[in-house]
Design a protein around this ligand. Structure first.
Ligand code: SAH
Length: 251
């Protein structure tokens, strides 16, 4: 029997935000591959083999998954959020492009998930109603000047910006540098949202402005959303504000 490879987005954390297609595909798997904490979010019977790995070995993990599928296994590679957004799907296709030509004949399926930016947006209102962009602030796999060029271009052009991977122990200064750059472009009152572990029990969401944003508030589980000059904030008594994009752009 021939094997298969599914690349599955698990959603942002809450099990109810995992799609039925993701759950059904996971139920067919003989082997699960992924970063340990993501595998811990998937319940399986004892017959399913789990291949947990470090978060930084994406290409090795992708090759391993392809080799297992080629040997006849039904392999599920899991990522948080959407598997194609700063996650494993790209690594799998990179391994296919540069790997054994036989891998091009495998049955490969990508199963989408709710990415962190959509989970966070839904928590605070409707901040993505107009043009927005997502960026990873990590300079592990791209040079820092590329990041600053894109950030400045996006902010100057009026995009709402969602920053994934804003901070880690190995990357302590980048978010502060990004805020400094954005303060030169955006009005001081531009809303900034720090959303940590959205949809999980330890969720924490804080709303501030670019003028006051403290990079120390972010960690590896945080998404930082930066508004545009159009972004509106509706304050409420005794409740967090709503943040939204009006239907018309003023600029
Ligand atoms: N594939 C994932 C992103 C992986 S990159 C997705 O589509 O969501 C890892 C980054 O995603 C984290 O540094 C953080 O910025 C963001 N992230 C993932 N889950 C999150 C959550 N529940 N709440 C806030 N940010 C999250």
């Amino acid at each position: 029997m021939s094997g298969s490879l599914s690349i599955i987005g698990l959603g942002p954390g809450d099990i109810e935000m995992r799609t039925p297609q993701a759950s059904a595909t996971l139920a067919m798997a003989t082997d699960l591959i992924g970063y340990g904490p993501y595998l811990d979010r998937v319940e399986t019977g004892p017959e399913v083999i789990r291949h947990a790995s470090d978060n930084r070995e994406e290409l090795d993990r992708a090759r391993h998954a392809l080799a297992l599928a080629q040997s006849g296994r039904h392999v599920a590679v899991v990522s948080s959020g959407d598997a194609g957004v700063f996650a494993m799907a790209g690594a799998v296709f990179e391994a296919i492009e540069h790997g054994d030509p036989i891998w091009r004949e495998l049955d490969v399926q990508v199963v989408p998930g709710i990415s962190a930016v959509f989970a966070v947006a839904a928590r605070i209102g409707a901040p993505l109603g107009h043009d927005f962009c997502v960026m990873s602030l990590s300079d592990n796999l791209k040079p820092w000047p590329v990041i600053t060029t894109r950030l400045a271009a996006a902010a100057s052009a009026g995009f709402v910006i969602a920053l994934y991977n804003p901070q880690s122990k190995a990357r302590p200064w980048q978010l502060g540098a990004a805020f400094a750059l954005l303060r030169n472009i955006l009005p001081p009152s531009t809303p900034v949202v720090f959303a940590t572990a959205a949809t999980r029990p330890e969720e924490r969401i804080d709303i501030t402005t670019i003028e006051s944003a403290d990079p120390a508030r972010a960690d590896m589980r945080t998404l930082v959303l930066i508004g545009s000059p159009d972004t509106r904030v509706i304050t409420r008594p005794d409740a967090p504000p709503y943040i939204y994009a009006p239907r018309r752009s003023a600029a």
